[in-house]
Design a binder for this molecule. Structure first.
Ligand code: G6P
Length: 366
């Protein structure tokens, strides 16, 4: 009841605002990225692997997709990310040198658990769970573990579990990068500094809530929305669209912005809001031209732009400025306004935010 919720209207809102704390608790306390953060056997296992296979469902799948960008760019390790319910039923090519990573808030999702067992039956010896529940089946059945410290998550739509998974997966990327000789002491110190600055940076993002509430009024009257991102932020666009679908029941789709011209541009009219994640990274100029393609067709852009992107409010272009540019860890910041947008849009539509229709917090049967 009211006591547990404190000043918040729903658990989802409380959990969104808890992220600075959840992330602080999940960032490793040690001053070095070391294999033992993943358990006793991790050092030997990490020396024995040549690739990564990530298996997960729902929001956890999107944290896996995000981490692929980190694992390949920081640790230069080939990474595959697959929906658990697909992997378990197809004929794949096992690689005993692959590290199988299952990502799960609950550690009990039936499809992910079955995918893990399937991978083990195929001969995969090295398995790691990134999980929020220390007593869960996935933690018991894996060789290695990274526990996220989000705390109990009650809202069906996952928020703090997602961002803490990202912290764990980033830690994995830097640790493997160091072991494989791609992360020197300077880089390691830099990554650690960035991780430790995250909670403060998140607090400034959470302060954008009033601006996002203003947008949510407009969104609550829509039946469709498109989300665009590029690179590391494509999975964040996917997660933003999923959040909106889950709790506001607005149909939303996410696209990597470069793919717009191959289909979704046909959907763009004045009635279509296009949410764009626009960090100031190497793809910004490309993204800006994708945004022009939308504007030229009358589409309404809602852009979360980094402060230094020079994207300004004008006809058809609504901009909320992110407080700072955050490099490699930017997805962890950029997902938060998308969580808030979905949350406030759902509130404006009067849905049952913490228990959306037809969905369960943990799907333990197939
Ligand atoms: C359900 C929940 C989602 C969650 C997914 C995977 O669909 O509603 O929020 O992302 O399961 O759950 P897991 O516990 O494995 O992360």
């Amino acid at each position: 009841g009211a006591v547990e919720l404190g000043p918040y209207r729903h658990f989802m809102q409380k959990e969104i605002f808890e992220q600075p704390r959840a992330i602080t608790d999940t960032i490793p306390a040690s001053d070095a990225f070391e294999a033992k953060l993943f358990g006793d056997g991790a050092s030997a296992a990490f020396d024995d692997i040549d690739s990564i296979l990530i298996l997960a469902c729902g929001t956890s799948y999107y944290s896996g997709l995000t981490s692929k960008y980190w694992l390949e760019s920081i640790a230069k390790i080939p990474t595959q990310v697959e929906i658990a319910s697909e992997y378990r039923y197809r004929e794949s090519v096992p690689n005993p040198k692959a590290l199988v990573v299952v990502i799960s808030q609950s550690g009990e999702t039936a499809d992910t658990l079955a995918a893990l067992k399937h991978a083990q039956e195929l001969g995969h010896r090295h398995t790691l769970a990134v999980c929020n529940v220390s007593t869960s089946a996935m933690v018991r059945l894996t060789e290695m573990q990274f526990l996220t410290h989000a705390g109990t998550e009650i809202g069906v739509a996952s928020t703090k579990a997602f961002t803490t998974q990202l912290v764990g997966l980033f830690t994995l990327a830097v640790t493997l990068g160091k072991i494989r000789g791609f992360v020197d002491a300077d880089k390691e110190a830099g990554y650690l500094r960035q991780l430790r600055h995250l909670p403060a940076a998140l607090n400034s993002v959470l302060a954008l809530e009033p601006q996002i509430i203003a947008w949510s009024e407009e969104f609550s009257r829509k039946e469709n929305a498109l989300f665009l991102g590029r690179g590391l932020h494509y999975p964040i666009a996917l997660e933003g669209a999923l959040k909106l679908k889950e709790i506001s029941y607005i149909h939303a789709e996410a696209y990597p912005a470069g793919e717009l011209k191959h289909g979704p541009l046909a959907l763009v009219t004045e009635a279509m809001p296009v949410v764009t994640v626009a960090p100031n990274d190497a793809l910004l100029e490309k993204l800006k031209s994708n945004m022009q393609e939308v504007r030229a067709r009358g589409g309404q852009l809602y852009v979360f732009a980094d402060s230094d992107t020079k994207i300004v409010n004008e006809e058809g272009m609504h901009v909320i400025r992110m407080p700072e540019h955050y490099g490699m860890l930017s997805p962890i910041l950029h997902v938060v306004p998308l969580q808030l947008l979905a949350y406030h849009t759902a509130c404006a539509r009067g849905t049952d935010v913490d228990k959306p229709r037809n969905l369960a917090k943990s799907v333990t049967v197939e």
